[in-house]
Design a protein around this ligand. Structure first.
Ligand code: RNT
Ligand code: ZN
Length: 421
């Protein structure tokens, strides 16, 4: 886009927002502080780099599509992430799953992972001046094939997953230490059953015991933040998920852990935007997995929809940015995977920007005065204010492609790099 046009449109937008008492420069500065964690698993359809190759499975999560250009080595994942970051304004973090370790062709089972397998990622993050978040990988493994991991009645398997998860905490704490920014280690397990179980209770007892043991070791909060993620159902776990919302909400509150809210993990009429101020009365921080649920799938590419706007509005209106960690979580193999990231991050940034451009104080006055027509009318008017012009300007001052210009860059990358893989 033409630079002067972007600037002119911004100046006009600045005036329009100023009339509402909103400072656009201030909103841009605040947006620039928001870090979004890029989930490494969109680069290669949650494959990872274990030897021998593990197939995504045993987890109630599924990737469809075989668009060419999928990353097939750690080098390619890094190359793709660097490209993604070069197309985004602001700073991002990296969200790494344990199966993405640098195993150098060696067979390292999950209960054997060590810091050395992740040191090259830490060094990469140092070079990129970014932080890393981490995740145990409790799926895509023979010991997860029967659908249970940390809540398994098979003691050998359960112990294996406990050891794996303990190790991820240790590694994540070291990542946080070396990078000078705490690593959020998020525990999500697929455990559940396809058909009606008669013993839900035993699995939940086991999961609680496993978590208690995993969290026995204490690490400084400046290095590690522990998070637990619930789910309503998955493919093959329709009748029960052991780690349900109630389970983890209770666990997080009682044990002062972060609660992970993945907006694809609730009933479609429930809104994560509504849950944020509820759970933050009882836990210090949350982790968001920003995604887009479509019918039975919880993992479509994030777009600028109502759901994501509610989430951003809630956080900004209640001034909770300091207590919310934000990560993306989706996997789509049916389109350019690099493009999928840029669409998702830009949509999330746009949602936060739009929320930061809201004249909330004015809306609150209406609300407190019972002036509900005025409140609704102003909210409607805000929908057509030129926040896109503000975002374009934010991209321009960060020297990244403005608006549709990023499509061309991704097409070029596909031609030069992805198509040759
Ligand atoms: C699955 C959870 C979980 C995973 C990642 C890959 O339903 O959302 O967060 O998507 O761990
Ligand atoms: Zn998730």
């Amino acid at each position: 886009m033409n630079k002067d046009q972007v600037l002119k449109a911004y100046e006009s937008a600045r005036e329009q927002y100023a009339q509402l008492g909103v400072d656009t420069d201030d909103a841009i500065n605040k947006l620039d502080q928001i870090k979004i964690s890029l989930h490494c698993w969109q680069t290669d359809d949650v494959g990872g780099f274990e030897t021998p190759d593990a197939e995504l499975g045993g987890g109630g999560i599924q990737v469809t599509g075989n668009y060419p250009g999928k990353a097939r080595s750690i080098g390619q994942v890094r190359q793709d992430l660097e490209k993604v970051m070069s197309l985004l304004p602001g700073k991002q973090r990296l969200n790494l799953h344990a199966i993405y370790g640098d195993f150098k062709g060696e067979k390292v089972d999950r209960d054997q992972i060590e810091l050395k397998h992740f040191q090259s990622w830490i060094d990469w993050a140092k070079k990129e001046k970014t932080g890393i978040d981490f995740n145990p990988t409790c799926f895509s493994h023979p010991y997860a094939d029967d659908g249970f991991t940390l809540s398994s009645k098979n003691e050998k398997y359960r112990r294996f997953w406990i050891e794996h998860t303990k190790r991820t905490r240790k590694i994540a704490a070291e990542m946080g230490k070396q990078l000078g920014t705490p690593s959020v280690n998020n525990i999500w397990i697929p455990d559940g059953s396809k058909d009606i179980p008669v013993d839900r209770n035993k699995h939940r007892e086991l999961l609680k015991q496993s978590l208690d043991e995993i969290f026995e070791e204490k690490y400084p909060i400046e290095y590690l933040k522990d998070a637990v993620e619930s789910k309503l159902f998955g493919i093959g776990s329709e009748a029960m998920v052991v780690g349900s919302h109630e389970f983890y909400m209770g666990y997080a509150v009682k044990n002062n852990k972060l609660l992970t809210l993945d907006n694809g993990h609730f009933h479609p009429t429930e809104q994560v935007g509504d849950k944020i101020s509820a759970v933050l009365q009882f836990v210090d921080e949350i982790l968001l997995h920003v995604t887009r649920g479509v019918r039975w799938d919880s993992d479509h590419v994030v777009i600028f929809n109502d759901e994501i706007q509610y989430i951003a509005q809630e956080i900004v209106r209640a001034d909770l940015l300091g207590r919310v960690n934000i990560g993306l979580d989706y996997f789509d193999g049916s389109l350019n995977r690099i493009g999928a990231y840029v669409i998702g991050v830009r949509a999330a940034q746009l949602a936060f920007l739009n929320a930061l451009l809201e004249p909330t104080a004015k809306l609150r006055i209406f609300e407190n005065g019972g002036m509900y027509f005025e409140r609704l009318a102003l909210l409607e008017v805000l929908k057509t204010k030129p926040f896109g012009a503000v975002y374009n300007y934010y991209c321009q001052i960060n020297n990244v492609p403005v608006a549709e210009d990023y499509i061309l860059e991704i097409q070029q990358y596909e031609k030069d790099v992805l198509s040759k893989r």
